[in-house]
Design a protein around this ligand. Structure first.
Ligand code: EPZ
Length: 438
């Protein structure tokens, strides 16, 4: 297992470009299951999760039509075509490595009339139930059963789902991948589907944009109410994945925590207004130098020498994203005062707290809230990555800490950040990837 070794204390300066969104790409690629026509995807990030999704889709008969990039990299564009619909079982040994495999359920059910997918387990950030997904698909007429750890979904006799009005809200707000599943399935259902309390995340808007290119009739994506008028079939499309807002927010934190000045290209600032609001309240300066397209903007990020403490509560979009909570905790560990961070989406998403504490951060957790008492300096230490965004938090802390930080198990990071060490080094980061000593 690879590790990162970081020499902290160097300001980041220069330009970095945001890549395509992991969390948009996964349901987008799964949407290729909705048609027998080829679907072309551009700006797909070269990440472990994407490799896993392509492997799963190939097993489900949705094969890549073009050649992968050099030396096994994903390469762009990615052209998928679902021609063999005989195998519709998403097996446990793939699903257990990537719970987002669940987003193949809705498309397969809608197009093929049945699907079998291993029930995703929990993960480091907590239980990851799929009850809302199943409730939504059952409302479209699917017969859902559980057998041997697998979800088995069958369309009504005749093979076509039937639209309905569905409330998709849960105790923690809506569900992003649940909305993706139900919206995708509804595109081929009879009649009209209304999803009330739909997820409003930009990744849902991007998926709706692809589905409309394929011939779907969808209005309201990005709002809590999405309306889908079912059609008989969907066709080919060519679609560029939106930039990754969480990667962009992570880079903003990297510029701020090192006291640097970084220009971020291909930055989806329009999807980051809550995070930008919090950064600016803390004393981070974000100047949009090219905002012609607010989903592909250029901005320059710098920060006051000592940040001000702030309050953060994670919420569904357009609120503050839970996927930036860990990164902001690293940043605020060096603020001049006490910040308060409350996690409302995944209330156990605090595995990074103990590791940051090993680096000298003063953190006090009470349930789903952490008080971050700012310190003057973090100190490098050997730490353990536990999940994707906790890993990013530790990289940020290592960049700012005095001395050497070794982050073990960076495979967690590789799931969501493409060759991060190679992209930070040109900005002045002293970061190396070291393989496991044999
Ligand atoms: C997506 O996960 C993202 N993953 C997550 O990003 C992100 O943290 C999450 O949305 C919230 O924004 C992808 O898009 C691949 P949810 P998803 O269903 O859709 C509860 C990252 O770091 N819930 O919106 O699986 C759930 O427990 C990852 O990139 C139910 O109760 O999340 C949680 O508390 C981590 N029942 C809340 O809703 C359900 O059926 C939001 O979960 C589904 C979810």
């Amino acid at each position: 297992m690879d590790s990162f070794v970081i020499q902290g204390g160097y300001r980041l300066e220069g330009t970095i470009r945001v890549h395509g969104s992991k969390n948009a790409s996964l349901p987008l690629l799964a949407a290729a299951l909705l048609t027998e026509e080829p679907v072309v995807f551009r700006d797909v990030p070269d990440l472990a999760d994407i490799q896993n999704m392509l492997r799963l889709l190939a097993e489900l008969g949705c094969e890549r039509q073009d050649e992968p990039g050099q030396s096994g990299a994903i390469g762009n564009p990615v052209t998928l075509r679902s021609e063999n619909e005989s195998q519709s079982h998403a097996r446990y040994d793939i699903v257990r490595t990537m719970r987002a495999s669940i987003c193949t359920l809705g498309p397969m059910l809608a197009r093929r009339g049945s699907a079998r997918i291993s029930m995703p387990g929990g993960c480091a950030i907590g239980d990851r139930p799929v009850d809302l997904h199943l409730r939504g698909l059952a409302a479209l007429g699917a017969e859902i059963s559980l057998e041997g750890g697998d979800i088995i979904a069958k369309a009504p006799p005749g093979g076509r789902l039937r639209g309905d009005t569905i409330f998709l809200g849960g105790p923690f707000g809506s569900t992003v991948l649940g909305t993706a599943n139900v919206m995708s399935a509804a595109t081929l259902a009879e009649c009209i589907t209304i999803i009330e309390s739909a997820a409003c995340e930009p990744e849902i808007v991007d998926l709706a944009n692809l589905l409309r290119k394929m011939g779907a009739k969808i209005t309201g994506a990005g709002s809590p109410r999405i309306t889908i008028e079912g059609v008989e079939s969907l066709g080919r499309a060519d679609h560029a994945v939106i930039p990754d807002r969480i990667e962009a927010g992570t880079f903003m934190c990297a510029a701020a925590i090192t006291g640097g000045a970084v220009t971020i290209e291909n930055c989806p600032i329009d999807t980051l207004l809550a995070a930008i609001d919090r950064l600016e309240h803390a004393g981070v300066h974000i100047e949009t130098t090219d905002g012609t397209d607010p989903l592909h903007a250029t901005c320059r990020v710098s920060a006051d020498r000592v940040l001000k403490p702030i309050e953060i509560t994670t919420q569904p979009h357009p609120g503050f994203p839970t996927d930036l909570q860990a990164q902001f905790m690293a940043l605020l560990s060096l603020a001049g005062g006490n910040s308060v961070i409350t996690e409302r989406i995944f209330t156990e998403r605090f595995l990074h707290v103990a590791e940051l504490g090993r680096m000298g951060a003063h953190l006090f957790r009470a349930g789903s809230t952490v008080v971050v008492s700012g310190v003057k300096q973090l100190t490098g230490a050997p730490v353990m990555a536990s999940d994707l965004r906790a890993s990013a938090c530790l990289v940020l802390a290592g960049l700012a800490a005095e001395g050497t930080t070794t982050i073990n198990r960076v495979y967690h990071l590789d799931r969501g950040y493409e060759r991060l060490e190679e992209r930070l080094r040109p900005l002045g980061a002293r970061i190396e990837r070291v393989g496991e000593s044999v």
